[in-house]
Write a protein that binds this ligand. Structure first.
Ligand SMILES: O=c1ccn([C@@H]2O[C@H](COP(=O)(O)OP(=O)(O)O[C@H]3O[C@H](CO)[C@@H](O)[C@H](O)[C@H]3O)[C@@H](O)[C@H]2O)c(=O)[nH]1
Ligand SMILES: [Mn+2]
Length: 826
């Protein structure tokens, strides 16, 4: 590293624009230093991290720990039954109901933002089917427990199963499922027939959700302890349908708002101390995953400082070559990742200040620092961490006294007196507010007031609690219980009544919901913000990668959908970048570690790299068209150093990949898609984000379309027109034109011009190779050639080349200009 530093200095000094280069190289070296440090400290080292994971799951296997499993509330969000087919949601719900966990400790809440009767009907069908499906799964321990995916597995199920009844049962079950599927699909086709007057309920009254933007809150408990049992007479987990109230003029905050509504509803109905969030297009693929998460949550050595356990996202139904890098394997499995495009191109095209390099600490690497970021699905939360509290302070060994105010409140007598007084005040206040729908008497929760959180909570006055959590006394009382649960004497009817209150539109008015409590608002990618806030409060998160993937989901497979998804993520990042929560300046003095901060910064600034990226994709073409070579002349000595550096970067990259178990093809797809997404989605996100900040123009959250159940890749070639396609097409065309022009020029000028040409051709081809999957997606099936994009892009490309040729002051070699013009005028 030090050597590298020295070389940089020696090397770059004589170059024309040395200053900018020097600065960038220093930044580079800092990154090198970080990776070096990461490798030196085994605690942060990915390999060590793996053994840590092993240790926990080993203990779990040996001792069956944790023996006492805590309750867990599971949230599924759906919004649009036309884009999120009810069958997919049904499968998600079935995999949850059949999970390998005590039934009385699981409650599944389905939030329906579309308020579609269709979703509701599909869900009640699902609950009926679950009565047969759940006992079947448990009896034969099948995996996965989402029927669609279980039955579509192409394995010989007779091989390992010796149970004689299994074959018969499986066949019967499969038939049942086919029938269930027919029922769900007939619901869907019925839904298409009832557009105008809207749905009616069985008794003829209109379905309250007919108007998606204006309807009351709806809650329906479909399964539960006291309710229906499965066909073998066993209990089933609770299943609750929730559609929050919608009124015109209220901001609903999309998924984050839906999640917060569920947090409150579940607090009133089951109040489990842990929560799991899965998107409707993801299902539980490993029925033991919840237990794995509990290993971390209840691990004494982690001391209740874990705010969430994130599982990596894995996907089904991705084309074999994963053309658009949907799997995101590099993000989920590599610790530290160099974006190779930068070092290779940018180092050599030394354009001074514009050069910069990206080195990302990804999920696995973060796990050695303060934990992975939250990616929106497949994540088990500690409920208390969502309530905006600080992480519990590490306990000092007895005998040591600490004077810091944080520790003091735990031991110091005079404060305790004050606390009791406050508690009495609270008691009075609560009694005072007692109303018909109040279920908890404070006395019943008094026993629960102990431990770290309640320590913090009891420091808060009742007024403050109300300002923070809103006006529901039942909800507030529930937040004071560290271990969750509902008092025995609570009546279900009044609980439901209270649950309706907490999903009303104005519940969050003038409270901390979405600001300090729950899922955080203010960006279309609520996930980054939510995790970030918790890390700022000093919590740590855990990355859990069980051998059998815990959750699996669907990903968009055609180019346009994928680019739109990336656009939305990038837009979210730009929004955060301009918000008060920007990790560059937010949360100093909190519990956020600086390397963790680096990574959060990286996750919000990356859309900006689209600008230099585009410049670097145009430069090779310009080189070829103008005959000017941008790479500075460097000495032999310098070029050797450059090569050495290049190789060292490549080597670290390869080592990181090996550690993560990522193949070269996955890595290469990632590189390619980084360029494709960079020059299209990231750029557009930047503009949209700037528009939003400067002019207040709002953009919509478009739900990512989900692949149907046809299993074929017909969608892969599906072409949808979008302006996102223009910049990469333009870049592609100018580079191809440049290559053609360059070669024909060399042919005209004879033998001696071939030498320098090769250097230039290399860069142009480098760009083209990166954009190749895009080209394939663009052309798709031959008959779908998108003329409109072609016209636009050729127009833009020729405009750019022409204008460059006109304004280029260096150009005196007239031949080339003619060449270019001749080509364009044809
Ligand atoms: O108003 C809304 C909009 C969306 N959703 C739900 O949000 C989830 C994610 O939406 P999806 O369109 O599937 O987005 P993806 O791009 O596939 O999702 C990724 O990126 C999102 C952030 O943009 C995260 O929230 C997701 O967890 C993550 O999987 C789905 O379950 C939707 O039903 C709502 O509940 N209400
Ligand atoms: Mn999704």
């Amino acid at each position: 590293m030090i050597l590298g530093f020295f070389f940089h200095y020696r090397l770059l000094h004589p170059v024309h624009d040395a200053y900018g280069l020097w600065v960038t190289s220093v930044i580079c070296e800092i990154w090198f230093a970080i990776s070096w440090i990461l490798d030196q400290f085994p605690k942060w080292c990915p390999v060590r991290r793996e053994t840590y994971l092993d240790r926990l799951s080993l203990r779990y296997e040996k001792e069956g720990k944790p023996t006492e499993l805590a309750s867990i509330d599971i949230f599924v969000s759906t919004v649009d039954p036309t884009k999120e087919p009810p069958l997919i949601t049904a499968n998600t719900v079935l995999s949850i109901l059949a999970v390998d966990y005590p039934v009385d400790k699981v409650a599944c809440y389905v939030s329906d933002d579309g308020a579609a009767m269709l979703t509701f009907e599909a869900l009640s069908e699902t609950s009926e089917f679950a009565r047969k499906w759940v006992p079947f799964c448990k009896k034969f321990s099948i995996e996965p427990r989402a029927p669609e995916w279980y039955f579509s597995q192409k394995i010989d199920y007779l091989k390992n199963k010796v149970h004689p009844a299994f074959v018969k049962h499986r066949r019967a079950m499969k038939r049942e499922y086919e029938e269930f599927k027919v029922r769900i699909n007939s619901l869907v086709s019925m839904a298409q027939k009832v557009p105008e007057e809207g749905w009616t309920m069985q008794d003829g009254t209109p379905w309250p959700g007919n108007n998606v933007r204006n309807h009351p809150g709806m809650i329906q408990v479909l399964l539960g302890h006291t309710g229906v049992h499965d066909i073998e007479g066993n209990e089933l987990p609770r299943l609750v349908y929730v559609s929050r109230e919608k009124r015109p003029g209220f901001e609903h905050h999309k998924k984050a708002g839906a999640m917060n509504a569920l947090v409150r509803v579940s607090a009133v109905i089951s109040n489990a101390p842990y929560l799991l969030n899965v998107d409707c297009d993801h299902y539980i693929n490993n029925s033991k995953a919840l237990r794995e998460a509990m290993c971390f949550m209840m691990d004494p050595s982690l001391g209740k400082r874990v705010c969430y356990v994130q599982f990596p996202q894995r996907f089904d139904g991705i084309d074999r070559h994963d053309r658009y890098s949907n799997r995101n394997i590099v993000f989920f499995d590599v610790c530290i990742h160099f974006l190779f495009f930068f070092p290779s191109l940018l180092f050599l095209l030394s354009l001074g200040k514009l050069i910069f390099q990206m080195k990302q600490i990804n999920m696995r690497g973060l796990d050695g620092i303060q934990g992975p970021i939250y990616v929106g699905t497949g994540c088990v939360f500690r409920r208390q961490a969502l309530y905006g509290y600080d992480a519990p302070v590490k306990k000092k060994p007895p005998g040591k006294t600490c004077n810091c105010p944080r520790c003091c409140c735990l031991c110091c007598g005079s404060r305790k007196g004050k606390k009791v007084k406050q508690r009495d005040q609270k008691k009075k206040k609560m009694k005072h507010r007692e109303s018909s729908n109040q279920i908890y008497a404070l006395e019943t929760i008094q026993g629960g007031i102990k431990g770290i959180y309640t320590e913090q909570a009891s420091k808060t006055s009742p007024d403050e609690l109300e300002k923070k959590f809103g006006q529901s006394p039942v909800f507030i009382a529930s937040t004071l219980l560290e271990n969750g649960g509902i008092p025995d004497e609570a009546r279900p009817a009044s609980l439901l009544n209270e649950a309706i209150q907490v999903i009303s539109c104005d519940y969050e008015d003038k409270t901390d919901w979405g600001k300090e409590v729950g899922w955080i608002y203010g960006s279309v990618t609520e996930d980054i913000l939510t995790g970030f806030k918790m890390h700022c409060h000093g919590w740590r998160s855990v990355y859990c990668i069980p051998k059998r993937p815990a959750f699996k989901g669907s990903a968009p497979i055609n180019l346009s959908d994928r680019l739109h998804q990336v656009l939305r993520w990038a837009l979210g990042s730009v929004e955060i970048f301009f918000s008060k929560h920007c990790p560059v300046w937010y949360g100093y003095g909190g519990g956020l570690k600086w390397l963790e901060r680096f990574s959060y910064i990286n996750s919000v600034v990356y859309p900006w790299t689209s600008i230099p990226l585009i410049i670097y994709c145009t430069l090779p073409a310009i080189c070829l068209l103008t005959g000017k070579f941008i790479v500075p002349e460097i000495s032999n000595y310098a070029s050797i150093v450059f090569m050495a550096l290049f190789i060292s970067i490549a080597a670290t990259g390869i080592v990181e990949m090996r550690w993560g178990g990522v193949g070269i093809d996955d890595w290469w797809r990632n590189e390619q898609f980084w360029v494709i997404g960079g020059v299209s989605s990231h750029l557009f996100a930047l503009f949209q984000g700037l528009l939003k900040v400067l002019a207040g123009v709002n953009t919509n959250f478009t739900v990512t379309s989900k692949a149907g159940d046809d299993g074929e890749y017909s969608e892969l070639y599906l072409f949808k027109w979008t302006s996102l396609l223009i910049p990469p097409t333009t870049l592609l065309i100018i580079n191809i034109v440049a290559v053609v022009v360059g070669i024909s020029d060399a042919i005209n000028n004879g033998y001696e011009s071939w030498g320098p040409l090769f250097g230039k051709l290399f860069f142009a081809l480098w760009v083209i190779v990166h954009l190749y999957p895009f080209l394939k997606g663009l052309i798709g099936k031959k008959d779908r050639l998108p003329t409109i994009i072609l016209v636009w892009s050729i127009l833009l490309a020729s405009l750019l080349t022409l204008s460059w040729v006109r304004i280029n002051p260096f150009l005196t070699k007239g031949g080339l200009v003619l060449e270019v013009c001749g080509l364009d005028c044809d």
